[in-house]
Design a protein around this ligand. Sequence first.
Ligand code: ADP
Ligand code: MG
Length: 669
Amino acid sequence: MARINLLDRSVYELIAAGEVIERPSSVIKELVENSIDAGAKHITIEIKDGGSSFMRVTDDGCGIAFDEVPTAFLRHATSKVQSADDLESIMTLGFRGEALASVAAVAKVEVLTKEADEQYGTSFKINGGDILEHERTGCPDGTTLIIRDLFYNVPARQKFLKRDVTEGNQVQGLIDKLALAHPDVSFRLIRDNKQVRSTGGDGDYYSAIYAVFGKQFAGSLIPVEYSMGDITLTGYISSPLFTRPNRSMQYFFVNGRYVRSVICLTALEEGYRGSIMTGKFPACVLNITMPPELCDVNVSPSKTEIRFADEKQIFDLLNFGTRNAILNADNKREIKLEKQQPVSAPVAPQPLEKRVEAAIRTAPQEGFVKMSSEEYKEKVAKNLDDDRMFRIREKEVRFHSPLSGIQPRKTETSFVQQHIAEPEPVKTQENTSAWQKSDFAPKTAPIAEEKEENTYKFITGASLEAKEQLPAVTEQEPVQPIKVIGELFATYILCQCGDEFIMIDKHAAHERIKFEKKKTELTTSSQLLTESICVDLSPEQYDALSGNEDKLSDAGVDIILHDGVRCEITAAPSAFAGEKVNPSDIVVRAADMLASGNDNIIGEIYDDLLHSRACKSAVKANDINHPDELRVIAEEVWQNEKIRFCPHGRPVMVKLTKQEIEKYFSRIV
Ligand code: ADP
Ligand code: MG
């Protein structure tokens, strides 16, 4: 072994700097966080060549006193922590006192800083840790730090820098996160002399999101406000209708600090369970405000890892906060009608006779309520005005459905009412008699009542307790009745409610109705295995299962843990008998869930099974259904706000308001 040396300051500074400063964005992160801690309201960030040649951060914060500037560049020099006790309650972004020292060790640094009540400011230069200048100078209040030639003295590090554009993008992504976390600060980012980001700093989260991600993203958001004790969740999540292919748009902040947390993202996704398709991800900008002593941010030098004292509480906060927000939001998808611009100057109307003939020629024949051209002409002869006649004709085409045999009335509403009041069953189909036995028929025993009688609750244990804490979603307003006015393509139920036109996907809706019903009926019995199955677990999985055997048993899986690595499965859920599901997969999934703080094991284990059973038993697109079947589905969808997405997350309904329709037809502007 070589002799043990005490390292030179310059060497250990380089080693220590390596932990904090990895690339230009790490420098910017430290400098901007210092500006925020200094109370700045305006921060301008300028970079050139991705930051490697030039970075400048200018703020209007409190500034640094002349004598203290060199101290600020010493390792472990900070104004934010005095004693060990202070580490328990950190509310500033910095506290380790090593950023400026680290930056100065690996770059050429210039500082201009002035406190508001001082007459002069300070100019300070330090290269690779060597002080070159420390003078009084005239400059504005606040602090400007200029960093040149990052890693000029550490060529090994330089080699690991990516292309300028990649490094610049990293900086931009970082500024976005900081801007989202601090809506009360106005940020400006200038890349190679071009301003690429500017936020207003008006304190409003929504405007910060709008400034960073633009109108389209901001428009898809649902507000979240939820608290549990002295922990609060605020921010925005994406509507389940706007999903993403990955998790890149999930932003979590704790006390204004961007954090990466498996607990947070699992809880968020649990909140979306049943509202979003598998393989799709929600987006969010969520802030957790909590007493600082209940979380530890001093986990890694970059301070993005976080530990929570009570992980379960954080999980519940996000899960229920998200779920509640989704329920509260109006998740009826709205159709946006693009108003068509006239392609050419309006043409003088043709004589009525010609228009009638043309309309008859071009009208689709299939699915059209039969009326000969003679009959049609007769109507004209009866002095129906042109408009009315064309409306009727269009309506006939649109609303014709397998519920045929009904003659259109003169006005749209009476036509509609006839569908409802005198439904004429389709004769030849077996569905007609089958439906009376089916779950559509029991008008006398509505589904809602059945649910109440059922004592079994789907979520058990701790999550059930927490679920009961959910505040009432909204004051129960009487729901306006929905009227079915027809069916389209044997797939979509067409409905009207007040001034809204609603289209419901009958399969998606019925599938969800069935799924919710099956969930309330679920009992989780277990069946002994003739031969127990053993599965080896990682230490984290083993830890997660030990002490939670009861939760698995509630879900119908009996296990015995052995030797810190092995799990013996002695009984599996009877519901899976005959299904191609391996009990060891169930156990591993449950272990992973528990390890990430999610204990909704029954949901995780049974949801897929219930989905596929609900899917199989639901009505399908192109099925011929009795009008009453459609009515029951529509009413259930309308009254039960759980029925907004099919179990795979496809939307169940879309709507269009009368006003939008009128706008489209230029009846109003
Ligand atoms: P930390 O932020 O962990 O305290 P730093 O090395 O980042 O450590 O900064 C050292 C000190 O320099 C800070 O505690 C603060 O007092 C001072 N400082 C750094 N940047 C600024 C700034 N932009 N405005 C005012 N003071 C600053
Ligand atoms: Mg700092």
